[in-house]
Write a protein that binds this ligand. Structure first.
Ligand SMILES: *Cc1c(COP(=O)(O)O)cnc(C)c1O
Length: 449
C-alpha cells in the first residue's frame, strides 16, 4: 500500500478532529504504518520524529516493548469488566499507586476515559459535594482567561479559549473568568515570580466577590498548554491554595497535560507544595497507549457522598468503560518505567539540553520569547521583536513551520505562532539537536516575508 491509497480511502469516510477538512485539498495528511520509539513511519518508509508526543500523550516512545508486554499479559487474562459492583486487580493496584504518588491528602480515585470527562467528574463532584452539604446555591466556577480544559460541554465551559466561547457560547455554563498570570506579559525587569504574585490580585478580588456562590477554582498548574504554552510561577499556586482555603472553595488542578513528569516534577503541584481538592489526570497516564483518565480527591469529599442509600447522596456519574483493565495495565506499566528508569531525574538532564539548544532562538529576529518548563519548551514567533507585535492568525505562519518540519522528518505542530517541543522522554540529545535545527530553519522560512 502507498500513502496515497490510504489517504484516498480516509478522505472518503473520515472527519478528522481539530481540522478544517478543506485544507486537505492541498495539505496532504500523513498515514502512519508503524511507530518505533520517538519515530513514526509512513507507508513509503519516511520517518517523522514525534516532537509533540502525539498530542502530548506519549511518554516512552511508540511501540514500547515493556508496555506491549504488560498489555499482552493483561489481554490473555481480562480485557474489561463492569466497575459497578465488580472490581479487578489492575484498577486496585493503579489506584493504590496513584494515591501513593499524588500530593498528600488525595485518597480516592474516580475513573473515566478521557481528559474532558475527568474535568466533568471534578465539576460535578465539586457541585454535588456542596449540594450534599446543604449549599446548593453554589453553582459557579472561577477560571483563568486563555485556559483549556477539554471539549465536552462542561469542560468547554470551564475553559476560556475565545474562539470556542464565541462559537458554542449559548450552550455553555457561565463562569467567572479571571486574568491569567501569563509571564510573557511581565514588565521589563520584573521576574516571573513577581509578576505571578502581582497577577494574583484579580483572583483574590473574584474570590472576595463571588466565593459564596462558587464551587471551585480550576487551573492548569504552571503551564496553559493548549492556550499557547503560557507559563506562571509556582508562587501563584501557593497563593491560590491559601486563598481557596480562606474563602472555602475547592481547587481543581487540571494536570491532564502537565502531569507525569512534563514540568520537571511528577506532578506540577509539587513545585508549589500544594494539594488540590481535585487532581485530573489523563494523557500521559497510560504512556500514550489507551484512553483513560482519573480524578483524584480527598477523603473528606468522598465522605460527603457516603450515606444510606435512601439519602440519595451518591455521586451520579458513569461511563461504560470506566476503569478498563487494559487501560489500567498500560498505566501500571508506565508507572513501572518511571520507577525503574528514574525518569524524573533523567528528564532534568534532557531539559537542560533542551535549554541549551533553544538558547540561540532568543537572538532570532522573529522570536519574541523562548520559555521553558521542564520537558516543554516554546518559541513564540513575532512580527516585531522589540514591540512584540504578533503575526495575524490568518497568515498561518505556524503551519509553514509544520510543513517544513514534515519535509525534514519531524512532527512539530505549532499552536498559532507558538512553536514548541514536548517530546517523549526517550528522546536523545542528538534528536533534540535535530529538532532545534529543524525548528530554526522552519521559523526562518515561515517569517521570511
Ligand atoms: C488535553 C487536555 C484536556 C482534555 O483531554 P482530552 O483527553 O483531550 O479530552 C483537558 N485539559 C488539559 C489541560 C488538556 O491539555
Amino acid at each position: 500500500m502507498k500513502n496515497s491509497d490510504l489517504i484516498q480511502r480516509d478522505l472518503s469516510v473520515l472527519w478528522h478532529p481539530c481540522t478544517q477538512m478543506k485544507d486537505h485539498e492541498w495539505l496532504p495528511m500523513v498515514p502512519i504504518r508503524r511507530g518505533d520509539g520517538v519515530w513514526l513511519e509512513d507507508f513509503e518508509g519516511k520517518r517523522y520524529l514525534d516532537a509533540i508526543s502525539s498530542w502530548w500523550v506519549n511518554l516512552f516512545g511508540h511501540n514500547n516493548p515493556r508496555i506491549n508486554a504488560a498489555l499482552r499479559e493483561q489481554l490473555d487474562t481480562l480485557e474489561h469488566v463492569i466497575l459497578a459492583g465488580f472490581t479487578h486487580e489492575a484498577v486496585v493496584e493503579l489506584s493504590e499507586r496513584l494515591v501513593a504518588l499524588a500530593p498528600p491528602g488525595l485518597a480516592r480515585c474516580f475513573y473515566a476515559d478521557n481528559g474532558s470527562s475527568a474535568i466533568e467528574v471534578a465539576l460535578k463532584m465539586s457541585f454535588h459535594y456542596w449540594r450534599n452539604r446543604g449549599e446548593a446555591r453554589r453553582t459557579r466556577f472561577i477560571t483563568l482567561e486563555n485556559s483549556y480544559h477539554g471539549e465536552t460541554l462542561g469542560a468547554l465551559s470551564l475553559g476560556n479559549v475565545p474562539l470556542y466561547r464565541e462559537t458554542y457560547g449559548p450552550l455553555l455554563l457561565e463562569t467567572i473568568p479571571v486574568a491569567a498570570p501569563d509571564c510573557s506579559q511581565r514588565e521589563p525587569g520584573e521576574t516571573c515570580a513577581e509578576y505571578s504574585e502581582r497577577l494574583f490580585a484579580p483572583m483574590e478580588a473574584a474570590l472576595v466577590k463571588h466565593a459564596h456562590e462558587v464551587c471551585a477554582v480550576i487551573i492548569e498548574p504552571l503551564v496553559q498548554c493548549a492556550g499557547g504554552m503560557r507559563m506562571h510561577d509556582p508562587v501563584y499556586l501557593k497563593l491560590l491554595r491559601e486563598a481557596c482555603d480562606r474563602h472555602q472553595v475547592h481547587l481543581i488542578a487540571d494536570e491532564i497535560a502537565v502531569g507525569f513528569g512534563r514540568t520537571g516534577t511528577l506532578f506540577a503541584c509539587e513545585q508549589a507544595d500544594i494539594t488540590p481538592d481535585f487532581l485530573c489526570l489523563s494523557k500521559g497516564l497510560t504512556g500514550g497507549y489507551l484512553p483513560l483518565s482519573v480524578t483524584l480527591t480527598r477523603e473528606e469529599i468522598y465522605a460527603a457522598f457516603y450515606d444510606d442509600y435512601a439519602s440519595l447522596k451518591a455521586f451520579l456519574h458513569s461511563h461504560s468503560y470506566t476503569g478498563n483493565a487494559l487501560c489500567c495495565r498500560a498505566a501500571l506499566a508506565t508507572l513501572d518505567i518511571f520507577e525503574q528508569d528514574r525518569v524524573v531525574e533523567h528528564n532534568r538532564e534532557l531539559a537542560r539540553h533542551l535549554a541549551r539548544v533553544t538558547e540561540p532562538f532568543t537572538e532570532h529576529p522573529h522570536v519574541g520569547e523562548v520559555r521553558q518548563q521542564g520537558m516543554i519548551v516554546a518559541m513564540e514567533m513575532v512580527k516585531d521583536r522589540k514591540k512584540r507585535t504578533p503575526y495575524p492568525w490568518e497568515e498561518r505562519r505556524g503551519l509553514r513551520v509544520y510543513q517544513h518540519a514534515l519535509q525534514q522528518g519531524a512532527l512539530l505542530r505549532p499552536l498559532g505562532n507558538v512553536v514548541y517541543f514536548m517530546p517523549p522522554y526517550v528522546i536523545d540529545e542528538e534528536q533534540i539537536e535535530f529538532l532545534a535545527r529543524t525548528a530554526w530553519d522552519g521559523i526562518d522560512i515561515a517569517t521570511r516575508d
